[in-house]
Design a protein around this ligand. Structure first.
Ligand code: F6P
Length: 545
């Protein structure tokens, strides 16, 4: 990484943070809490149904002020306004970035190239609702007149991760008479297992692809078509009752053979990883029903409004985004762990991986200059308490600093005896243990033999945020997702990068297209790769039989 033209590192706030870091890096959270008994109440904020406790971060009042100053100097406010105004802030693709329009209420006005897109959004939502009601009530019939029992979403990346995550997250609200499956991987196992016990006469495929050209999705879609036709003795007319599409590409949908009357549209100003609240959420709406889907959108919108209007000092996504920058760029932390203490959120970390890393895994600034600072940390995680019995050892006693986001809910969806209190006790205990640890003196005082003492010491001073909401409802899920979307936005704005393109996925795709015929050809192909790739291809060809 070398210097860029408009250097973030030259901002007064950045320079001040560098000096400040040297002064505070050794301060322990024990000391910060001891010196300020109100810290745990003061360093909290609440909006749109989310309570954020950020007191267990390695920050002082001065850190907070300087981070806010950094946001101001980076022009975050102008960037937020530009997004909400529909400006083409995705400069490398010359596109507006308007996932916020997907959840704008009827009557709002957001212009793209002079056209108000909000009525378009609501027209599609109404069509989705009508379709969902018909499938859920059994009015929509398959080719033989049977009602649909199985719904299989075929898509990948943003056309899969959001739908899977939302289905799992909102299963509690879903119609249990319907079975939902999600096929993404080009590995044939994914499709084979998804249809293993499905009757084609009762199965509906949703082909979800923004471009409708993605290799994995189109391969799986063609396999699904063949599977269906096989089940209907080759009767092409069966496709109409069993295939619908979600896409921006009407032409390709028609070419595939899906009636465009059964296509649900979205637009190029919706990024794939920001599309689960567009028609890409059709499987979600089918599962939870239109009213719950609208509540989900309302949740997104509430967080949008908070992000758009709240002062930075009390703006949840701004605070969180800046804290990530503090650890990533000053403490050199490489990762962030997201740890939901809610089993229904088991796919939430996987969903966030695309949202955060495809967005902010960038090496040049908006003007194309190489950045001179790290951009996106690696996001990862698992639901608690499972992770505690797996990788938490490293978070507590390893050599790396891993800021953690703990997510918990006050009310369980499945109240069972003591379960929820014990679950939440673990949230609070983990954050407490990470922050305060256990000193050598404390370990000794417990009568631990001298040789064992170092092994049992917890140095503490490991930062975390605790995010609490009352209950995992569709609305709260929307709030939570929009919260992270805007955290990512905040980071990208400060780093001065384009969070909305993804050129980094292209090279591997192109190379795979070149290698496919080399694996498939009857005769030994002439290979012009490097010696490693050539040898691997030859070995694979020999062994595949
Ligand atoms: O992996 C790259 C990507 O373009 C993602 O950004 C996107 O979500 C995914 O592929 C799927 O694309 P599509 O919806 O066009 O099939």
């Amino acid at each position: 990484m070398t210097g860029s033209i408009r250097e973030l590192r030259e901002y007064p706030a950045w320079k001040a943070l560098e000096t400040h870091y040297e002064n505070v890096r050794e301060i322990h959270l024990r000391e910060l809490f001891a010196n300020d008994p109100t810290r745990g109440e003061r360093m909290t904020t609440e909006a749109a149904g989310i309570y954020l406790d950020y007191s267990k971060n390695r920050i002082t009042n001065k850190t907070f002020t300087l981070l806010m100053q950094l946001a101001e100097e980076s022009g975050l406010r102008a960037r937020i306004d530009a997004m909400f105004r529909g400006e083409k802030i995705n400069i490398t693709e010359n596109r507006a970035v308007l996932h916020v329009a997907l959840r704008a209420p009827k009557g709002a006005s957001i212009l793209v190239d002079g056209e108000n897109v909000v009525p378009l959004v609501h027209a599609v939502l109404d069509r989705m609702a009508d379709f969902s009601n018909r499938v859920r009530s059994g009015t929509w019939k398959g080719h033989t007149g049977k009602r649909i029992r199985n719904i299989i979403n075929i898509g990948i990346g943003g056309s899969d991760l959001g739908p899977v995550m939302a289905y799992e997250a909102l299963k509690h609200y879903s119609d249990r008479a319907l079975t939902f499956r999600f096929v993404s991987n080009i590995d044939g196992t994914d499709f084979a297992e998804a249809v293993y016990d499905c009757d084609p006469t009762e199965t509906l495929f949703i082909i979800s692809s923004k471009t409708f050209t993605t290799l994995e999705t189109m391969t799986n879609a063609h396999t699904a078509r063949a599977w269906l036709l096989h089940g209907f003795g080759g009767d092409e007319r069966s496709v109409a009752g069993h295939f619908v599409a979600v896409s921006t590409n009407r032409g390709e949908v028609a070419k595939f053979g899906i009636d465009t009357a059964n296509m649900f549209e979205f637009w190029d100003w919706v990024g794939g990883r920001y599309s689960m609240d567009s028609a890409i959420g059709l499987s979600t709406m089918l599962a939870i029903g239109p009213d719950n889907f609208r509540a989900l959108l309302d949740g997104f919108h509430q967080m949008d409004e908070h992000f758009r209007t709240a002062p930075f000092e009390s703006n949840l996504p701004v605070i969180m985004g800046l804290l990530n920058i503090w650890y990533c760029n000053f403490f050199d932390a490489h990762t962030v762990a997201v740890l939901p203490y809610e089993q229904y959120l088991k796919r939430f970390p996987a969903y966030l991986q695309q949202m955060t890393m495809e967005s902010n895994g960038k090496h040049v600034t908006l003007d194309g200059a190489e950045v001179s600072y790290h951009t996106s940390p690696i996001y990862w995680g698992e639901p608690g308490t499972n992770g505690q019995h797996s990788f938490y050892q490293l978070i507590h006693q390893g050599t790396r600093l891993i800021p953690c986001d703990f997510i918990g809910f006050s009310q369980p969806l499945n109240p069972l005896g003591r379960h929820h209190d014990v679950l939440m006790a673990n949230v609070f205990a983990q954050a407490e243990a990470l922050a305060f640890g256990k000193t050598l003196e404390q370990v000794k005082a417990e009568g631990t033999p001298d040789w064992l003492v170092p092994h049992r010491v917890f140095e503490g001073n490991r930062p975390s945020n605790t995010i609490l909401a009352d209950r995992l409802t569709p609305k709260v899920l929307g709030i939570l997702i929009a919260f992270y979307e805007h955290i990512v936005f905040t980071q990208g704005a400060v780093w001065n990068i384009n969070s909305f393109d993804q050129w980094g996925v292209e090279l591997g795709k192109a190379l795979a297209q070149r290698i496919v015929p080399e694996l498939e050809s009857e005769s030994a192909p002439i290979l012009n790769h490097d010696s490693s790739t050539n040898t691997l291809i030859r070995r694979y060809r020999k062994e595949k039989g």
